[in-house]
Design a protein around this ligand. Structure first.
Ligand code: 57M
Length: 359
C-alpha cells in the first residue's frame, strides 16, 4: 500500500523513489512484522490466557512437558496479523503472487484455527477429524497451485538442485506437484512444532533463504548471471518472505524457552503452507527438501517410527517420534535440542544457498 501511495509522489519528493526498491521494502516489511509481533504480543497472550486457550499436555509425552500445561496456544494468530499487515503495507498489491501467498497462508491458517478453536475453546478433544483436515488442506493447496499454474508465463518445468540441465516438464501435473509441496510442507512444520521455538526458528531461517531465492529469481539479470530460472513477478515475493522473517523473529521473542505462548495449528499449518507456496512460485520446489531439511527429518522420523511400530507390533526405532522427543528422552535438556536443531537448519540453509553457484 505504501508503495502505491508514496512512490507515486516520487516526482515531487525524490526521497520517495526509495519505495520502488524491493530490497528497501523487504527490510521494512521485516521490521514492521517484527514490531507488530513485539508490540501486540503481550496483549494477544493476555487475551489468549483469558479465553483459557491453554495447552493440554498429553499424559504419554515426555514428563518434562507436564510443566507446560496451561501455556496459551493459538499464538499463530499474532504471526498471521503481522505477516498480512506488513505484506499489505510494503508489497506491490498489483502482483498476483502476493495475493496467492496471502490466500494460501490465510486458508491454512483458517483450517488450523478451526482445529485449535474446537480443541481449545470448545474443549472438543479431537478438533477437526483427520478426513476433514485432509479434504480442506488438499482443496486449498490444489486451488493455490492451480492459480500459480494459470499465471501467464508460469513454467511447468521443475528445477533440480545441483543439476542445471535436468528440468523435467510436469505439464498439467505441475498443479498436483505444487499442491503436494504446499500440504507436505505444512504438515512437516506442524510435526516439528513440539518444543519451544523449534518450529519458528527453522521457519524463519527457511524464509530468509527463500528471500534470497525470490530476489534472484525475480531479477532478470541476476537470474541470468546465476543461471537460475527467471520467474517474472517473483521479486515481490521477497517482500512477503521479509514479512515472514520479521514475524518469525517477533514471535520467537515470546516462544523462546521457556515459552510464554505456543503458535498452535493456526501458526504451524499456515507457515508451512506459506513456505511451500513460495517454493512453488520461485521454481525451487525440490530445494525445499534441503532448505526445510529439518522438517523433512522430523516427518521421516514419524513415518519410519509409525511404519516400524505397525510392522513389528509395537517395537520402536526411536524412543519417541517426532525426533525431538527421542533426544529429550535421552536426557538432553530442551534448550540443547532446540539450539542444536537450529544449527542443523542454518547449515542446511547454507548448503541450499550454495546451489546458486553449484549447478
Ligand atoms: C503436533 N504438537 C505438540 C502446540 C503447537 C503421528 C504423530 C507422530 C503425530 C504427532 C503430532 O500430533 N504432532 C503434531 C505436535 C503440542 O503442541 C501443540 O501443537 C501445536 C502444533 N500443532 O503449537 O499448540 C505439544 O508440543 C509441545 N510444544 C512445546 N513448545 C512449543 O512451542 O513445548 C509445542 C510448541 C505441546 C507442548 O508440550 O503440548 C505435541 O507433541 O502434541 N504426535 C506426537 O508428536 C506424539 N508422538 C507419538 O505419539 N509418537 C509415537 C508414534 C508411534 C506415533 C511414538 O513414538 O511412540 C507425541 N506428542 C506428545 N506427547 N505431546 C507423543 C507424546
Amino acid at each position: 500500500m505504501l508503495y502505491h501511495l508514496l512512490y507515486s509522489f516520487h516526482t515531487h519528493v525524490s526521497a520517495f523513489n526509495v519505495f520502488r526498491y524491493i530490497t528497501f521494502r523487504t527490510i521494512y516489511a521485516s521490521l514492521t512484522a517484527f514490531l507488530i509481533c513485539f508490540l501486540l504480543g503481550p496483549y494477544v497472550i493476555r487475551k489468549l490466557a483469558r479465553l483459557q486457550v491453554g495447552q493440554y499436555i498429553r499424559e504419554d509425552g515426555p514428563s518434562m512437558h507436564h510443566q507446560k500445561a496451561g501455556t496459551p496456544t493459538m499464538g499463530g494468530i499474532l504471526i498471521l496479523i503481522a505477516v498480512v499487515c506488513s505484506t499489505l503495507l510494503w508489497a506491490s498489491l498489483t502482483n498476483a503472487y502476493i495475493w496467492i501467498l496471502l490466500f494460501i497462508t490465510l486458508a491454512y491458517g483458517a483450517i488450523g484455527f478451526a482445529d485449535d478453536y474446537l480443541k481449545q475453546v470448545k474443549k472438543l478433544n479431537k478438533g477437526l477429524t483427520v478426513r476433514q483436515k485432509l479434504v480442506l488442506q488438499t482443496a486449498a493447496a490444489l486451488l493455490t497451485a492451480g492459480l500459480i499454474y494459470m499465471n501467464p508465463g508460469f513454467d511447468t518445468r521443475i528445477t533440480v538442485p545441483f543439476f542445471k540441465n535436468v528440468t523435467p516438464d510436469l505439464g498439467i501435473f505441475a498443479v498436483l506437484f505444487g499442491a503436494l509441496v504446499i500440504s507436505g510442507a505444512s504438515n512437516a512444520v506442524n510435526l516439528t512444532d513440539g518444543l519451544d521455538g523449534l518450529a519458528i526458528g527453522p521457519v524463519t531461517i527457511a524464509a530468509a533463504t527463500y528471500m534470497v531465492f525470490a530476489y534472484v529469481a525475480g531479477h532478470v539479470k541476476i537470474a541470468e548471471y546465476l543461471q537460475i530460472k527467471y520467474v517474472f513477478g517473483s521479486g515481490e515475493v521477497t517482500v512477503f518472505c521479509g514479512a515472514l522473517v520479521g514475524a518469525g523473529l517477533g514471535f520467537l521473542w515470546f516462544n523462546t524457552y521457556p515459552a510464554q505462548v505456543f503458535m498452535g495449528d493456526v501458526g504451524s499449518l499456515s507457515l508451512g503452507a506459506a513456505l511451500g507456496g513460495v517454493a512453488v512460485i520461485t521454481k525451487q520446489e525440490i530445494l525445499l527438501v534441503l532448505v526445510g531439511g529439518l522438517f523433512v527429518i522430523e516427518a521421516l522420523s514419524v513415518i519410519f517410527q509409525v511404519g516400524y511400530f505397525k510392522m513389528t507390533n509395537g517395537r520402536r526405532i526411536f524412543r519417541m517420534a517426532p525426533l525431538h522427543h527421542h533426544f529429550e528422552l535421552k536426557g538432553w535438556p530442551e534448550p540443547k535440542v532446540i539450539v542444536r536443531f537450529w544449527i542443523i537448519a542454518i547449515a542446511l540453509a547454507l548448503l541450499s544457498m550454495s546451489t546458486l553457484k553449484l549447478r
